[in-house]
Design a protein. Sequence first.
Length: 670
Amino acid sequence: MLGFKQIRYWLVLLFFLSFNPVFSQQNSTVDSLLALVKRYDSTEKNKNTIKDSIKVNLLNKIAHEQMVFDIEEALRIQKEANQLSTKINYPLGLIKGYNNLAKIFLDKSDFYQSINSANSALKINNQKISLPDFYLSNLIKGQNYLFLNNFPESSKYLTVALKVAEQLNDPIKKAKVYNNIGIIYNKQRRVAEELKNYNKALLSIKNTQSKAAAKLRNVIYSNIGLIYIEQKQYDKALAIFQKCLEFEKKSHNKANLAMSARSLSKVYFKKKEYKKAIEYAENALTIFKEIGNKSGEADMYREIGAIYLATNQNNSALEYTQKGLKISTQIGELESIKFCYENLAKIHSQLKNYPEAYKSQVLFKKMSDSMFNSEVNNKVTQIQMTYEFEKKQKQFQLLQKEKDEKLQIKAKKQQNLLIAIVLTLLFLSVITIGIYSNLKAYKKQKLIVEQQKEQIQKSLTEKETLLREIHHRVKNNLQIISSLLNMQSEDIEDPKVLLSIQEGQSRVQAMSLIHQNLYQSENIDKVSIENYFKELTNYLSAMYLGNSSTIKVEIETANILFDFDTAIPLGLIVNELVSNAYKHAFIKQKEGIILIKITTENQLDYRLIVSNDGEPLPADFDIHKSKSLGIKLVTILSKQLRGSFSHLIDEKQTTFEVLFRDVKKYTTKN
């Protein structure tokens, strides 16, 4: 048992930790508390479960406060707390610990680790041991999915958090959720809904006077300032952000301070005051790097790149934008990746590097299409409508219950039979009206759902039609490029140059055939690899052999289907290996067999074999040292397919082997 002095020691320590206003501003206080914990640990007589649970609570609190100063140290302390909670079987300590980990990983832009930690907290808290922690787990999951641009999932968890906040009747918790819902609508460019939710957030904390409410109010005003930027009301936005910056300087919150500096940079960029824009942007970048916020760091590299582009410093613009793209890709933040590709398209265009500009523009369009489509918008709207409908239903049931109770009390007090009959009739009338209202609301909701289903189906049909048209047009454009190369080759006498143009034609044709197969296929996102390889090898045979058919091509693919992302690199690999066979293996030998075979290792992994019985490669041939562009291209494409490239030479035949994965399945799984 703990003695009176020991209990008093820990109670005083907890009181100090909870109420000392200097704690959140001075890192030395955290160090002092850690020293006290260490000194208390050194006493053998204090080692018991009660003391350990108190220590867990202290470490959880210290880790939470330490996030502001040193996030890696906060992570170390929190892991120590979780180990102790597990050792003494302390569920509440683990719940709070996992929520702290989720917040730490969110601040580090490690979104999937953050989601996993929040899930661990929810798994222990499935009986809702702690409603505030249940709220926090769902809020953090909603914020993570918001960064990952998964708007339906974000809306789902934020809606759960909002319900809990209303159950707790906590205005700050409600305001935080409304603010995040507003950000979802901001990313979807739905300004009216965005502003509506910011106003709900401000209304929720209107009468709350606390430091937490003041900080949150400052964040919400900052988000409204971003709307003013979009509306080109730069002076209004500037006034808001300058106030926000002054507030954050006093609050000592580095993350919010960096966001305020970033917002000011955006305003000055729009006002074309580039010197001030770069100054605030670099300040924000320094802070984000200091606190380990990868998301903010990536955004600032990209935005600094945009400023350099605007001032015609194209090489610097390219360098900073590529740094931003690298970090955004690492953490999986789709919106930042999309903006990076948009900026890269402009930068490469300025540098007159048009192939890279076109490639970046295509990737930007692809990211935009995946993030902003009617299906996602409808899901978000449907989640919000369902929540509002359930909320109104609960309010109606509450009002109905109150009316019923009043009627029952009134009926008991009345002695007169006539009054009792009248009250009974009135009661029945109210129930009838309620049933009628419910039926009417149900029919209206059902009609809305049916209309949404029709709209979704119509959108899907239009999207498929548009996709087929895109494949058709891309195929036509590639055919035009092939024809231009063919026309260009007619005046070329140099065999090496002519061969290079023919190789270029074959690569263009390999890509063109993919789009032709997708356009003609019943399944718009799948390609029959066997048909595709037959068309490709027929083309290559005609190009290298003319009408001769002495070299046979055998294809074994077991009716395998691949999506666009896998089929394109696979087709280019086969194009290079078969072309090399025609060019090198069958120069002297006029008869032979080229074998193309794909086998399935499992549902994810595949093996491609391209072999020929022509003249073998030199015995000292090394793929990694080869200077052949075709071999280098195959090596790069194999890595793109998450695979490897190797070869085998014997007296009878030369065999190339590519181990690869279905890219779409691999990406979905990971």
